[in-house]
Design a protein around this ligand. Structure first.
Ligand SMILES: Cc1ncc(COP(=O)(O)O)c(C=O)c1O
Length: 352
């Protein structure tokens, strides 16, 4: 047990002082995965953040509660976000804006490495249009931050007050500190003592979880599984964690070498499904009735399967997999999945 720095009540109190809007249905369920636990020989639970409630759910609902809260507190009327074409963050931003009566502009980058994801108005992109977002496209090599600035200028020239969502941003850290506090309460009620929290991570989600674990002195390993290859992510996560901790006046400091994060499950590239990810999707779907997406959650769950197979995780461990959402993207991947995995997709696991 590590030293407790701050009580749960204090963390809730500090979070309660931040500008926030209510978008999510919380707490999300914490459920056992009995059939997969039996198959893999570890105790495994899933935190259903795919059920956060806003427009097919996902981790970004939590980020947006604080991000848009800040925008509204500054009197902004247009929210600008940008990411890859099948971005879950952008889809949820568009939905949140629709719900709150704000204008939403999205700058989307086509993925050159995945043919079907270049143009098809499917999955998240279809939903962006449905939620009435002003959708713009940029080329793969264009600077997204500059593109977002250009769109913001356009809106300013028309008399609006735009708010740009930056990546990474403290709001996701706040959102996942809330999630960690929920988990602590749910584990207490259900009598669960987790050893590992494992999830798809690009930065803010993991930052929030790390702060909670450190501040409460929990002996839980938070392991982030990357959906993409990028330099310096340990540093990036540590920096954001420390920034969030500082803004909440918490005496928590994290060094990059303490961050547990791996790019081992990305495969060829961001957004390209892996055979191990497909196996994870099939296992979750066919043993537990839960949908994973090929870009994020399937690769994260593939890591758990690999760790169980190599006995890095054993029957002595209790793992919580945070399902961070992303499920609408599945439909955009239909051609890619069928082309790459064809009949393999249709094959059932041997179910008793
Ligand atoms: C489904 C899904 N899981 C995980 C992540 C990573 O979340 P974060 O950027 O907060 O680390 C994302 C980011 O877009 C996502 O869409």
């Amino acid at each position: 047990m590590v030293e407790v720095v701050v009580s749960e009540a204090k963390l809730w109190e500090r979070l309660g002082k931040l500008p926030k809007v209510s978008l999510a249905t919380l707490p999300t369920p914490l459920e056992p995965l009995p059939r997969i636990s039996q198959l893999l020989g570890i105790q495994i639970f899933v935190k259903r953040d795919d059920l956060t409630g806003l427009a097919f759910g996902g981790n970004k609902t939590r980020h947006l509660e604080f991000g848009i809260g800040q925008a509204i507190s500054q009197g902004c009327d247009v929210i600008i976000n940008g990411a890859a074409v099948q971005s879950n963050y952008c889809r949820q931003t568009a939905a949140a804006c629709a719900k709150l009566g704000l204008k939403c502009a999205l700058v989307l980058r086509r993925l050159p490495q995945v043919e079907a994801l270049k143009v098809e108005p499917q999955g998240n992109l279809l939903l962006d249009y449905l939620f009435g977002a002003d959708v713009r496209f940029v080329e793969p090599d264009e600077d997204l931050e500059l593109a977002k600035e250009r769109v913001a200028d356009e809106y300013r020239n028309k008399g609006h007050k735009p708010f740009i969502i930056r990546h990474p941003d403290v709001s996701g850290g706040y959102g996942y500190l809330v999630c960690l506090l929920e988990l602590v309460e749910q584990c207490r009620q259900m009598g669960i003592e987790p050893t590992h929290i494992i999830h798809s991570s690009s930065t803010p989600t993991q930052a929030g979880l790390i702060i909670g674990v450190k501040a409460l002195g929990l002996d839980w390993k938070v392991i982030g599984i990357s959906p993409l290859k990028r330099e310096g992510v340990h540093q990036r996560i540590a920096e954001l964690t420390n920034l969030v901790a500082e803004s909440l006046d918490l005496p928590v400091k994290v060094m990059p070498e303490e961050v547990l994060f791996t790019m081992d499950f990305v495969g060829e590239d961001y957004g390209i499904p892996t055979p191990e990810g497909i196996e994870a999707m099939k296992m979750m779907a066919q043993l537990e009735g839960i949908v994973l997406d090929p870009a994020y959650t399937a690769k994260a769950f593939a890591a758990i399967i690999a760790m169980a197979k190599s006995r890095r995780l054993t029957e002595e461990h209790t793992v919580i997999f945070i399902h961070t959402g992303g499920t609408p993207a599945l439909f955009a991947y239909q051609p890619v999945l069928v082309e790459a995995f064809g009949a393999q997709l249709a094959l059932g696991l041997p179910c008793k």
